[in-house]
Design a protein around this ligand. Structure first.
Ligand code: NAD
Ligand code: TYD
Length: 341
């Protein structure tokens, strides 16, 4: 592989952070640039293992700042962009939708303009299956790349809007691009506001687990390493202009997920607390990954092996998530959850 300069936006967050580490280690002759604003969701302490590597670079910047982004593109002359930076938590999009539109829609548009101006070879837009809306509980129905976009939350509406902009820049300006739409990720460095790390960290601390509604909503879980491999493959091999769904057929109800974690840690199901349901709570997500599999992708984890690895990681890396739980996140948790703790 010849040398390439790759811009990763949001590389201090969960998936972008895993992707940065994956790429720095896999391609010593690529230069990987992590551009991140370091919002509440971004943290650089996760990159201790790579921060000394010659092919890793960090740029603190805001993707919505046009002048700053253009100056960086002009200076660095990137070959590829992998765009992860976003506001990503559905619950926050219900209480504070505006920042989702600013970051996810306007931020993407700024990056598209810069990518067009500086002739990026490919823009990989990391999106989500949530843009398709929800499925019913019929286990034979799946999201395909042809499923119409019907987002239900401010978060998924902002992501769908950015997907449409990426498509439009391809159609109008011939910007080379791919869009990936992945199911729910889990794994190391997942911010503990999301279901799986929230449950692991709270079970380890013998605290109640807030389960929304009846806990029967279904998500299709993918280990973050398998997602990183998918983005790498699409960046190198994806057909220009195509959308690829990413998922590994690991559908579980939220209650099944929570009980698996409780059982693995040998704690009591009495920790489960059913709380008021999320507004507009999507019933079920499930991905048909056939198109990506034809490109050569297959996941290395199933849910059982992936969740075991993840629980072990949270047990071995307490200092990472404890520092988050003791910071601003504490205030968020108290505002978000009103149940008896
Ligand atoms: P995350 O919230 O953990 O990280 C987002 C990162 O973006 C943070 O480091 C944050 O500092 C950075 N950021 C936010 N606003 C910025 C700005 N204005 N300028 C520069 N950086 C900014 O998110 P994640 O879970 O890693 O998700 C990454 C991407 O993958 C998102 O686009 C998300 O929509 C998508 N996605 C997530 C999932 C999932 O299960 N988490 C599934 C499918 C797709
Ligand atoms: P989440 O991790 O927020 O991901 P997403 O909303 O993007 O799917 O939530 C996963 C599922 O878990 C979702 O159905 C909502 C549910 N959930 C709870 O039951 N309790 C919680 O405290 C959280 C954060 C989520």
């Amino acid at each position: 592989m010849s040398n390439k300069k790759i811009l990763v936006t949001g590389g201090a967050g969960f998936i972008g952070g895993n992707f940065v580490q994956y790429m720095v280690n896999k391609y010593p002759n690529y230069d990987i640039y992590n551009l991140d604003l370091l919002t509440y969701a971004g943290d650089l302490s996760k990159h201790k293992s790579i921060e000394q590597e010659k092919n890793y670079h960090f740029i603190k910047a805001d993707i919505t700042d046009r002048n700053e982004v253009f100056a960086i593109f002009e200076r660095e002359k990137f070959d590829y962009v992998a765009h992860f930076a976003a506001e990503s938590h559905v619950d926050r999009s219900i209480t504070e939708p505006e920042i989702f539109i600013k970051t996810n829609v306007l931020g993407t548009q700024v990056l598209l303009d810069a990518s067009k101006e500086f002739n990026i070879k490919k823009f990989v837009h990391v999106s989500t299956d949530e843009v398709y809306g929800e499925l019913d509980f019929d286990p034979e129905t799946f999201f395909t790349e042809e499923t119409p976009l019907q987002p239900n939350s401010p978060y998924s509406a902002s992501k769908a809007s950015s997907d449409l902009l990426v498509r439009a820049y391809h159609e109008t300006f011939n910007l080379p691009m791919n869009i990936t739409r992945c199911s729910n990720n889990y794994g190391p460095f997942h911010f503990p506001e999301k279901l799986i790390p929230l449950t692991i960290s709270r079970v380890l601390n013998d605290q109640k687990i807030p389960v929304y509604g009846d806990g029967k909503n279904i998500r299709d879980w993918l280990h973050v390493t398998d997602h990183c491999a998918a983005i790498d493959l699409v960046m190198h091999e994806g057909a220009n202009g195509e959308v690829y769904n990413v998922g590994g057929h690991n559908e579980r109800t939220n209650l099944e997920v929570v009980k698996t974690i409780i059982n693995t840690l040998e704690k009591s199901v009495d920790l489960i607390e059913f709380v008021t349901d999320r507004l507009g709570h999507d019933k079920r997500y499930a991905i048909d990954p056939t198109k990506l599999e034809k490109l050569g992708w297959e996941p290395t984890y199933n849910f059982e092996t992936g969740i075991a690895q993840t629980i072990q990681w949270y047990m071995d890396n307490k200092e990472w998530w404890e520092q988050i739980l003791s910071g601003d996140y504490k205030k968020y948790f108290e505002k978000q959850y009103t149940f008896e703790k």
